[in-house]
Each structure stands twice: as C-alpha cells, then as structure tokens.
Ligand binder design. Structure first.
Ligand SMILES: *[C@@H]1O[C@H](CO)[C@@H](O)[C@H](O)[C@H]1NC(C)=O
Ligand SMILES: *[C@@H]1O[C@H](CO)[C@@H](O)[C@H](O)[C@H]1NC(C)=O
Ligand SMILES: *[C@@H]1O[C@H](CO)[C@@H](O)[C@H](O)[C@H]1NC(C)=O
Length: 594
C-alpha cells in the first residue's frame, strides 16, 4: 500500500508549495519503508547477527554443529573432503623413491639387530640385546614369520633367504604351551599365507596348514566361538586367566580372512566352516544397535555385558566385517549387511565432535547398573591409538559399500558415493585428521590413549587443554600408561589407505612426519627400535621392547605409502589386521547363513 502511494507522488508534478510541504513531511515524518512491520531486511539482519554472536559466545559447540548441519544439508552443498567434482582427475600415484628407500633402511636397522641378537626368539629387546619367547616351551617364529613378507615386498633378498632358511630348518609348532588364538592367527598364520602368496614357495603353505590344523580344536566349544588360547602340541583350547570364561569379540572375529584363505588354497572346507560358524553365532547374538560388546561367552554364544568400543578387544571385529566382504570380491551380502548395520550404529552412537575445534573422534560406551539393577550406557570420551585404523577403514568401506559405481575414481567424485558412503568417507577423513592432531606432542608421536574434553570432566583452569589430553599426566611425575608410544602402525595404516584412495600428497607428508619422529625418538643407535614411555617428554625414555608389528605393519605401511600404487593394489589385495596381504578371490563356497 505504501509503495503504491510513493509511486503516485513521484509521478505527480508538484506545485512549489506542495514541494515544500513534501520536504517538511519528509523531514519530520518517518516514511513508511518497504515491507512494513518490524521484520525489515535490516532488522532481520541485526537480529541474526545478535543471535549468532550470542550463540558463538555462549555455546560454541552448538554453533559449530549447526554450521556443519547447514553445510551437510542439501546434497550439492556438502563439502566432502578428499573427493573431487571433476571428471578427469585420475591421479598418478608413483613412488617417492628417496622416502621409500629411507623406510627400507629403517627396516634393515630393525631386522639386522634382531637377527644379530635374538634370531628365532618370539620377541626382541633392543636395549638389552636379548630375545624372549612367549612361553617356556620355545618360540613359534613370532618375529621371523611376522616380518618375512615385508622382506619380499621390499626386495630384501639376502635377509629373506636367511629368514626362509630359519623357517625351513628351525621353526616348529610342536610346542607344549598356551598361545593366543587370535595373535597366532594374525601374525604367524597370516604371515605364512602372505609369504606363500608373494613367493609361491610351498614351504610356507605346508607350515600354514600344520599350524591351522593344530589350532582347529580352539573352536571346540558349545557355541563354536573359539577359546582365546590354544596349546599347539596338545591341540586343545584353553581359557585365558585375564578374561575368565570369555573370549573377546575382536579375538573371535579376527580369524576369518586367514582361515578362509587357507580353505581356498587347499580346497578344504573345514577351516572355512569353523570361522564362518563364529560369524553366524555373533550375528545371532547381535545387539540391536549393530554394535558389539567386547566380550562373548563361548558357552552360550551370547554377548557378555561389557563395553562397546572401536579400541582394544573391539576394533578388528568392524575391520573384518568389511574385509570379509572385500576378500570374497563383494559376493557375500551377509557381511555387507553386518558391516552396514555396524557403521549405522557407530555413526549414531560413537562418533563425537570435540568441544573447541570440532575434531571428529570416537567414544566408548560403558554399561552401568543402578541399585535397581537397570542398565544404562555411559559415553566415555576415550580413544585408543588402536582406533586410528578406523579412519582409513571407513574410507575403504565408503568406496566398497557406499558407492554408486565400482570401482570409484581416484579420488572419488562426491557424486559417486551414496549418502551413507559420504557419511563414512567424511567421518573417516576427519578421524585421520584427529589422529594427526594427537601427534601434536613434544616428540611428534601420538600417545597410546587420549581423552577428549567434555563439559562434565571437571577439568578447568586457564592451562586446561581445549580438545584432548593424556589422562593422569602430570609434570615431574612418572608418566601414566596412556602416555606411551609402542611403535604402533594404526595411523600410518590409515594414511596408506587414504593416500591410495585419493592420491592426496597431504597423507604422504603426514606419514613422513611420523617416520621422522620414530627415527628421532625410537631408533636405538646399536640397532633396533624401542617404545617410548612418554610422547610428551624429551629427551625420551625408551622401554626395552620392539613389538613385532614394527616390522610387519608400521614399516610395511610406510613403505607402501611411498611405493608406486601398482604394488599390492587395493583392488586385488586385502590386508589382514597385522598388515599381511591376502588376495581377493571369487569363493567357490557360499556362506551358509544369512
Ligand atoms: C563424467 O564422465 C562420464 C563418462 O566418463 C560421463 O558419462 C559423465 O556425464 C561425466 N560427468 C560430468 C559431471 O561431466
Ligand atoms: C626361544 O625359542 C627359540 C626357538 O624358536 C630358541 O632358539 C631360543 O633359545 C629361545 N629363547 C629363550 C630365551 O628361551
Ligand atoms: C571380482 O569381480 C569383478 C567384477 O565382477 C571381476 O571383474 C573380477 O575379475 C573379480 N576378481 C576376482 C579376483 O575374482
């Protein structure tokens, strides 16, 4: 209405008197503006600005979350880090020869010291120059077998020949001691199988069969879930004092790639059937969220009321759901379904964002019983270094179970991923960034366990950390267990996968930084590498232990990060949880449950 009046006035040619009157009116009356009423564009802008400022000041996390939601709303607005919108973006992933060769030198520094001081022993202590065995019955090639495929991949022929000769002449599984079913499978059985695939040398397959046959009785429980320990000479499964009459979920569900590979190689169904039965029992026991508690009861096949987490005792359950689907060349929908359900549960219950910087991390769910006996689940913002495998795993899952085309481009186009694929890809990418943030320590190494800040944690003071911290660490006191770095591979594993899927140089740069920190703080001048007791203290105090996964995983993934992508391509190989590559194959047996 007011608009119409204004227009009419302008068109009229006013008399001088009217002109003056109009000027006075203009000066002393408030002219009605466009959009009569309180919500003019300008006032809306101010309301918005004041509300925004207020929100940012009083509740920054809410602001960050809302902002993210807006960003993730309509599809075309979503920014999916590490993907592309272009069509012609095939990247070349050639070797970085200098860095790759520096990793080979590191491997030799580790191996030659072990060979000199402790050849044949299961474990190595580089400071005292000693080897020890897992049991008094004698070693089972824990270190030699775990390392030999890395030698084949790195082309270390002399070292390989000597290691092979030890396996041929000295390795025996006739050991009357109790060995961990899971560790023996992933390190020794997995190592033998990879060595066989990479060399075609039947020695390794014969040894693998001998070991697996000795392990089969581990599955002789009422439910079919395995005993956590196995006596290799007596061929009998036993429980582990640490975990009463239970088996941890990751231990029961991280045997499948290895036993299935052996079944395929030997064309014998028994290995396949034993580990498939485990998956059937776990699927039937499943919790409604798709998540899994960390203990199972082999007696009745049910979950034991226990924590839910992506860290220790839970981690590789999720990893192997995906990798069983990949190993069988995407032909087993049952594993895909289990994986999809689990990722739904992870996204809705475990993924969190940190207070200040909005870092993506994963929490644990801890069950608590109140006096009335009711159970509730408490979210604890604790993340093991072990969880850092999960960033790369989520990205690998996104391109296999969350893609509209197969294979996706490198890097993927955002349009090639489903909503769920984008969700997992983004969470995976961001989780890797978070893991890299936990390297912001005095050594550049990341601690074994970090906690993220939450409002109820009771930490305050101006020196309080913003986002994450090492629980129990106090200046001048003995560092807590959480502060150590034991040469773990998980972040590097994720960097390797992320690099192969994107070709993005940032992942190589991250990997090189970690490698340099290991060289600086873990390398023992006389040979070998050792754990660090506190990542936040320099000069460091080393612990007299070189974990076998340094040579099987950490250095292998670093090597592959800088090696040409045609070496062990992810389209043809799947890595077991100890970084032993196994080929993808089309199975001749179908899984017997759904
Ligand atoms: C990308 O390339 C494919 C063929 O390679 C074509 O079918 C498609 O339309 C292209 N998409 C865009 C967004 O250019
Ligand atoms: C460990 O076992 C190996 C056999 O694999 C043996 O040669 C060595 O003497 C044992 N070491 C110790 C410290 O018992
Ligand atoms: C996996 O499946 C794809 C598509 O069906 C096929 O091209 C490829 O050869 C298969 N790989 C193996 C190892 O069977």
């Amino acid at each position: 209405m007011a608009d119409a009046g204004t227009v009419r006035n302008r068109r009229k040619v006013p008399s001088p008197q009217a002109n003056l009157e109009n000027k006075i009116k203009a000066k002393y009356t408030v002219q009605p503006r466009k959009n009569n009423g309180p919500f003019t564009p300008r006032s809306l802008f101010w309301i918005f600005l004041i509300t925004l400022t207020y929100t940012v000041i009083t509740d920054p996390q809410f602001f960050i979350e809302s902002f993210r939601r807006v960003l993730r709303g309509p599809k075309q607005w979503i920014s999916v880090p590490g993907t592309t919108t272009h069509n012609d973006s095939q990247v070349v992933l050639g070797a970085d020869i200098a860095k790759r060769d520096a990793v080979v030198e590191a491997f030799k520094h580790a191996w030659l010291a072990y060979e000199r001081d402790a050849m044949g022993a299961d474990e190595y202590h580089p400071i005292s120059h000693e080897g020890t065995n897992l049991t008094e019955a004698g070693g089972i090639g824990y270190t030699v077998v775990d390392s030999i495929d890395t030698m084949l991949i790195m082309g270390l022929e002399d070292e390989y020949k000597r290691a092979r000769s030890w396996i041929e002449n000295s390795l025996t599984f006739e050991r009357d001691g109790n060995f961990n079913t899971f560790e023996t499978t992933i390190r020794v059985l997995g190592g033998l199988l990879s060595a066989y695939h990479l060399s075609d040398d039947s020695l390794f397959l014969d040894k693998a069969k001998d070991l697996a046959d000795r392990m089969l009785p581990a599955f002789d429980t009422p439910s079919g879930l395995p005993y956590p320990m196995i006596n290799l000479a007596k061929r009998v499964g036993v429980f582990n004092e640490d975990s009463r009459k239970f088996v941890s979920t990751a231990e029961a569900t991280t045997l499948q790639l290895e036993f299935r590979d052996l079944s395929h190689l030997l064309d014998e169904d028994i290995y396949w059937e034993k580990v498939e039965k485990v998956m059937e029992v776990v699927k039937a026991a499943r919790l409604h969220t798709g998540l899994a508690s960390i203990f199972l009861n082999p007696e009745d096949g049910h979950f034991v009321l226990s924590a839910i987490r992506l860290g220790s005792r839970g981690d590789s359950y999720y990893e192997y759901l995906l990798k069983q689907y990949i190993q069988t060349n995407l032909t087993e929908p049952v594993y895909r379904k289990m994986y999809d359900d689990a990722m739904e549960g992870v996204a809705s219950h475990l993924i969190q964002r940190s207070q200040k910087a909005g870092l993506t991390y994963t929490s644990e769910l801890i069950p608590e019983r109140n006096p009335q006996g009711e159970i509730s689940w408490r979210l604890v913002p604790k993340q093991d270094h072990l969880v850092c495998f999960f960033g790369g795993s989520l990205m690998l899952g996104a391109v296999h179970t969350g893609s509209l085309v197969h294979p996706v481009s490198i890097p993927p186009r955002a349009s090639e991923l489903t909503d769920q694929g984008r969700r997992d890809w983004i969470n995976g990418y961001e989780l890797i960034e978070t893991c890299m943030k936990t390297h912001d320590t005095r050594t550049g190494l990341s601690p074994e366990i970090v906690h993220f800040r939450i409002p109820s944690d009771g930490i305050d003071g101006s020196a309080a950390p913003d986002d994450w911290y090492i629980k129990g660490a106090k200046a001048g006191e003995r560092p807590p267990y959480d502060a150590r770095y034991i040469l773990r591979p998980e972040t590097i594993e994720s960097l390797f996968i992320a690099y192969r899927l994107t070709g993005n140089q940032r992942f190589r740069d991250y990997g090189w930084n970690i490698f340099q920190a290991i060289e600086k703080h873990c390398k023992i001048p006389t040979g070998g590498y050792a754990s660090v007791l506190s990542v936040d203290h320099v000069p460091v105090e080393n612990e007299d232990k070189m974990e076998t996964f340094l040579m099987s995983e950490t250095l292998k993934y670093l090597y592959l990060l800088f090696e040409d992508a045609s070496v062990l391509p992810l389209s043809k190989w799947v890595f077991n949880t100890e970084a032993h590559p196994l080929p993808i194959f089309k199975p001749s047996i179908r899984t017997g449950f759904s």
